[in-house]
Design a protein around this ligand. Structure first.
Ligand SMILES: [Zn+2]
Ligand SMILES: [Zn+2]
Length: 264
């Protein structure tokens, strides 16, 4: 039972990140009205932090991919791209330890919010997301302290459901989701790990095995070629997020699903 709940949580929270934060909020690959838009956003927030900050950083990544001003490019080293950028290190050992910490990202979110409350982190990322800042839910989720409280609620729920086993299961979910999504920045931007399907300006590659683990996000070269595409596996392959978007569209819950002309 607990194993099933753990897998279900990992899949749903993962879809919150890929279908919600990435394809819906960042790239506007399709439209979804509330309450579906809220549900996808909240599922993403359980793991990825503020949607406005996530979207802002990701839009910056697309605008400056694999340059000095890309927040997480492997041009500063594999471990910097994976998670070192979150704690300011290019060194493998501290980054590896952070990657294995599971809840480490939640700690960085807390520290980030404390710095904001002290006036040291002006919310410049909001300038990259004027579309989201018009929504009360997005502004609320981006307020300092909200994400740490959401994480405490998760801890409380996990404890209430299964005590230390529940906390352990939640830790596994966060360990899995952080490392698989970080691998899109590290593995899928490193030539030797994948293939170049399209000619693009950065070093992105398609990594089919990573797409299995990340609901389709491993087809990252195709994504950089057509960032707005709701489908990332443009030539076929594992893309659970695309399957979900197609299902939502077929049931009328998603509208205006965008695909590049030659792949429609
Ligand atoms: Zn990328
Ligand atoms: Zn993207």
């Amino acid at each position: 039972m607990i194993a099933l709940a753990t897998v279900l949580a990992a899949v749903l929270m993962g879809l919150g990140n890929t279908v919600g934060y990435h394809r819906l909020l960042t790239h506007r690959s399709f439209k979804a009205r509330p309450p579906l838009r809220w549900v996808l956003t909240l599922l993403g927030a359980l793991h990825g932090g503020s949607p406005v900050l996530w979207v802002g950083l990701h839009r910056l990544h697309h605008a400056r991919s694999d340059t000095d001003s890309d927040p997480h490019s492997p041009i500063r080293g594999f471990w910097w791209a994976h998670c070192g950028w979150l704690i300011g290190t290019e060194r493998a050992l501290p980054a590896l330890l952070f990657a294995l910490s599971g809840f480490g990202q939640q700690l960085t979110i807390l520290l980030h919010d404390v710095r904001r409350l002290l006036g040291r982190n002006p919310p410049t990322w909001r300038e990259l997301c004027p579309d989201l800042m018009g929504e009360p839910l997005m502004r609320f989720l981006d307020a300092p302290g909200v994400m740490p409280v959401l994480f405490v609620v998760q801890l409380g729920a996990a404890w209430g459901l299964a005590g230390w086993t529940g906390i352990g299961a939640l830790w596994l979910v966060h360990l899995w989701l952080t490392n698989t999504s970080w691998a899109v920045n590290s593995v899928a931007h490193t030539a030797r790990f994948g293939r170049r399907t399209f000619e693009t300006r950065e070093d992105s590659v398609d990594v089919p095995w990573l797409a299995v683990l990340t609901h389709g996000e491993g087809y990252h070269n195709g994504h950089h070629r057509y960032p707005r595409s709701a489908r990332h596996a443009l030539h076929g392959g594992a893309d659970l997020s695309w399957a979900v978007i197609r299902l939502l569209s077929a049931t009328g819950l998603a509208q205006d699903v965008w695909l590049p002309k030659k792949f429609r």
